[in-house]
Design a protein around this ligand. Structure first.
Ligand code: CA
Length: 333
């Protein structure tokens, strides 16, 4: 405004100068030459003054305006600056918010992933719940079945005393059957023994207290007689008890007869052929005065009389009847 005012003043001044000197400038030949109007001549200084006043007014107004507007303008600028700073701050805030939003967005995305995972877990849990429900239903059915079975067990329990009585009866019967079975076995064994004995007896053997005895009819030397007995799975008889001695002399019909007693050499000890020990003096049934080893040649024993004390030593070469003895060994059924 101020510059513009100054230029306007410079332009007015030469124009006024030319007019004052009444000079005609040919620079503008088309323009008609100014008419010399006296009123115009009078008016020109007035216009100039008015213009000056106007200029001054404009200047003053300009200054005043400047004075008034400057603070306002500065204030406005300051406001604008403040606003700008605020704006900048807001922009920064927005930027920060933007990063926050971005972060939040990532968080939201992560949350979305977690939600999907949780969804999957929930699906799994739902499936497990379904499985558990099915299991519970199955278990319930089994419990019902067990309850029914338990009722049946209770029913059976009620029958137990009766069953027990039956079982006792059966047990008693079983014991009886076992007893009968045992009796039958005993009878069977006894029959078998009797059969064995009968068979031996039919072959001329006699049975006494677990042994068979064969009373020969043919006389033989002591040694030949022993060989005959061995060929029949036996030996010349031994005497192991008073009752056996009595059995022998009461059963025999021919006397004397050879028994299985001999000695080792002319001066040796007496011994039984079937290895029965000869060590009990009470079981020696010699005729008093025997054995006398007559002629120093009597090394075999015979039973001479049908008496308890009936043994005599005699020459082994004599030929006499004899008695074989075979232990009875029950054959297996
Ligand atoms: Ca003698």
């Amino acid at each position: 405004v101020h510059e513009w005012g100054m230029k306007a003043a410079e332009m007015e001044v030469p124009d006024a100068h030319f007019t004052v000197d009444k000079q005609n400038i040919s620079l503008w030949p088309r323009e008609p030459p100014p008419k010399q109007d006296p009123s115009l001549v009078l008016r020109k200084p007035l216009i100039l003054r008015v213009a000056l006043i106007c200029l001054s007014l404009v200047l003053v107004a300009s200054v005043v305006l400047q004075a008034i507007l400057y603070p306002w303008f500065m204030g406005t600028i300051s406001d604008i600056k403040t606003d700008a700073q605020l704006l900048k701050g807001r922009v920064n805030n927005v930027s920060a918010l933007s990063s926050k939003v971005e972060k939040n967005s990532r968080d939201v995305e992560a949350a979305g992933v977690q939600i999907r995972m949780v969804d999957a877990s929930l699906d799994s849990v739902n499936a497990q719940i379904l499985t558990l429900t099915a299991s519970i239903e199955k278990a319930t059915a089994e419990i019902q079945s067990l309850t029914r079975n338990w009722e049946e067990v209770g029913h059976l329990n009620a029958q137990i005393p009766e069953l027990k009585r039956d079982l006792d009866k059966a047990s008693a019967l079983n014991a009886k059957v076992r007893g009968l079975q045992s009796s039958l076995e005993t009878i069977s064994k006894s029959l078998k023994q009797q059969n064995d004995i009968l068979q031996m007896v039919s072959q001329d053997w006699k049975y006494f207290k677990g042994n068979f005895y064969y009373f020969s009819h043919t006389p033989k030397t002591w040694y030949s007689a022993q060989q005959f007995c061995v060929s029949r799975n036996s030996h010349l008889t031994s005497v192991t008890s008073k009752s056996e001695q009595e059995f022998l002399y009461k059963t025999a019909s021919d006397f004397p007869f050879w028994i299985g007693l001999t000695k080792t050499g002319s001066e040796g000890n007496w011994y039984w052929m079937d290895n029965t020990p000869f060590n009990d003096p009470s079981l020696r049934f010699w005729i008093p005065g025997e054995p006398n080893n007559a002629g120093n040649n009597e090394h075999c024993a015979d039973m001479r009389f049908p008496l308890l004390m009936s043994w005599n030593d005699a020459s082994c070469d004599k030929t006499l009847p004899f008695v074989c003895k075979q232990p009875y060994v029950p054959s297996e059924p």
